[in-house]
Design a protein. Structure first.
Length: 186
């Protein structure tokens, strides 16, 4: 990004702070697709994702004075979107289980057939995971949050985040391997 686009963005944010609805709409147009996708990956429901995204934008505009520019605006907004999405999950009474006391399954299958797995198959397999695993995988692998951030967002310890992610990966791998075409036996 060149300096002009950064300055234009800063001017838009400043106008948003002043309550300029046109500027707010411009910011919305810049970010709504990415924020909707984040909501949808967590909630897996188009209507809820749309509603939560709208709430997140409203909340962001209401609290824009709290944005200090220490991180990119998109990252700040995404944090609001993720938190609102997780709040919505909590309303559904989804429990994020602290499984750090459970033994970690360490079966790392190294099968040549894994390289033939497509992104579509991976996304379908993620849909079959329990909700807590889906959220951990989404936050870590798709949204790029580290364990410290995930622990803060989900209200669990960092070791629980690591353990849950590890378990989610193992479960995902089991689902993927179970759905691979079986070789013909002669």
């Amino acid at each position: 990004m060149n300096n002009n686009s950064v300055n234009i963005h800063a001017k838009l944010l400043e106008a948003c702070k002043q309550g300029n609805q046109k500027a707010q709409f411009e910011i919305y147009k810049l970010y709504y697709k990415a924020m909707y996708n984040t909501c949808y990956r967590i909630l897996e429901n188009e209507t809820e994702a749309e509603d939560v995204m709208q709430e997140a934008f409203l909340s962001a505009f209401e609290h824009l004075q709290d944005y200090k520019g220490e991180v990119a605006f998109g990252a700040w907004l995404k944090r609001i979107v993720v938190n609102k999405s997780l709040d919505e999950l909590r309303k559904r009474k989804v429990e994020f289980i602290d499984i750090e006391e459970h033994p970690i399954i360490a079966n790392e299958a190294e099968d040549e057939s894994e390289s033939a797995i497509t992104m579509h198959q991976i996304l379908k397999a993620i849909e079959k995971l329990p909700q807590g695993y889906k959220v951990i995988l989404t936050l870590s692998l798709l949204e790029g949050y580290d364990h410290e951030e995930i622990s803060e967002i989900m209200g669990i310890t960092e070791s629980a985040s690591r353990s849950q992610l590890s378990r989610a990966k193992v479960k995902l791998q089991e689902i993927l391997l179970a759905n691979l075409p079986k070789p013909l036996s002669l």
